[in-house]
Design a protein around this ligand. Sequence first.
Ligand code: T1G
Length: 646
Amino acid sequence: MSVISIEREGEIAVVTVENPPVNALSQSLRQGLWEAVETLDADPSTKAVVLICAGRTFIAGADVTEFGKPPVPPHLPDLVERIETAAKPWCAAIHGSALGGGLEVALGCRFRVAAPDASLGLPEVTLGIVPGAGGTVRTPRMVGFPAAVDLVTSGKPLRAGAAQAAGLIDAVLAGDLRMAAIAFARDALNAPLPLPASRRPLASPDAAFWTAHEAALTKMAKGAIAPLRALACLRTAADAPFAEAMAFERQTFLDLRASEQAAALRHVFFAERAAPRPAALRNAEPLPLRSVGVIGGGTMGAGIIAALRQAGLPVTLIERDDEAVTRGLANVSGIFAGGVKRGRLTEDHAAALIAGVTGATDYAALSDADLVIEAVFEDISVKRAVFDQLGKVCRPDAVLATNTSYLDPRMLAPGLPAPERFIGLHFFSPANVMKLLEIIPVPETSARTLATGFALARLLGKVPVQSGICEGFIGNRILKRYRAAAEALVRQGVDIAEIDAAMRGYGFAMGPFEAQDLGGLDIAFLQREGARSAGQDVPETLGDVLVRAGRKGQKTGGGWYDYAPGDRKPRVSEAVAHLLAGQITVGPSMTRAEIARTLVGEMAGEGQAILDEGIAGKPADIDLVEIHGYGFPRWRGGPMFAVARD
Ligand code: T1G
């Protein structure tokens, strides 16, 4: 089937692209568009052309699946130029997303119009590349350099209204886009045509502009190379003639496309797209989710409620007494107030979000809930009491979930009627921000309940990963191994600060010891103490030595580091060196690269054990857990990917 069709509306030709699922610029589409330009240029009855797409979106970019293969003509820069120099003006009619090469094609058109809910962007840096068909050269000619730098180096799209305000599009057209675009093109013929983007004047910024952006990007990128290379392309667009800037951009694109970082980011791109729709659940119908109950309004419960509200679901919060209900609702309001303070929410929106939460102490309020998520204290008897109540009041088909992060979910709902509706849904704190959701079925869990867990993840915009049952599931189990391996290096005489610096250099926002000081050393200590009092043989860790000395992290003014009052800056601690002196046997020194390779190797080693035990389905699952739950640098692809490529 041809991916291009041409229809005539009088003197206006309508070129429709149909290349599901997202009209990506595959070779056949590029060829089809090239031929359409040739055909319509040769057709005297055509005075202008409307380019529109069938399906859910405008062209969503180059076909990423073609990246590993040698490029085949027509190459995109040439196609964009062919459209730009066509004898008849082209008008791109945009709905859904015009991204990457899709926006570059639209920038080759003389006009761009969009539906009100359309979005336009150049997300190439999120794939470890730069625009490769004029995005860094034509965009600044349309919107100026400040806006172009934001668009290109952040990869974040603009909504249609903002795109028009920025000068990226000519009009936002409500209603039937096809008809409105044809009318727009017809009107445009009555006026002199605007210059093509490539010939529009440029306002080149001064050197300070570039220096400032370079510094900010270096800080933000944490080792990702594409944003800085994109900035270099934009600077070349400011300083060099159009053709030279295009050549520089193209060479940068081809270099980066073949890079390790781009391979890693493509791996993550496709893993993220596959995650919400596991093949095994293709035929399982999830339960429709209209109302949700959350048990417990503490940090995790409030975060989960905020995520549910932001997805538009009405929520009932159950707490043990009125005072606790008030505290829980205040926690939720606090999250939304933070959103207003950061300019992410309006006061009205925050008020509407909190209005959708009902607080109660009587479980009967959940008699018609479709899903209930338990987020109470991490204690087996407290959780069992909750599920005992839920078993009595909830509908037999309602999904009942636990947010436990360490307890065995099989132990939490003994004797629950209709146990097939029980499942583990492990959110990460803050639950309204962290994208990871570990989904943990128990043996009784039905396919429908599991499918409902994945449907919830899609609704909340989370990255779901199914995990089997073991201590810490996937993420916390690997975290335990990572921390133990980091401590083992300390025992070999490697500096605590050097290990943290090595992992920051690898791309993490924080090293393992700084992160523990932020979260508190006592959480893991109490778990180990709990296991010890249950008779398990759990060796004493260096962290335990510190906690027993009263060092729980920032909250006690000291953990692995010292902290001055009111200051979060970690300071190397003499007290720690003294406390741990007896545990350290100085071994051979290690470079930061060796430290990082050792620790990432340990993570991947635990990942492999998890795969061998069938706790996780595929290496990409481990990578998604580490990237979306534990701050593993995205441009490294995750521990499994990184070690496989090493
Ligand atoms: N190429 C190939 N396949 C793609 C694709 C692409 N660009 N985008 C999506 N898919 C597949 C995806 O794998 C999934 O497949 C299906 O489409 C639905 O995707 C020269 C070089 C457009 C906002 O980075 O952001 O242009 O799993 O689940 O939620 O400068 O897809 O069903 O088999 O995400 O509705 C720049 C990437 C490329 C856009 C739709 N473009 N895509 O979201 O669906 S680089 C992008 C998206 C470039 C030029 C450079 C989203 C979407 P499957 P989905 P969605």
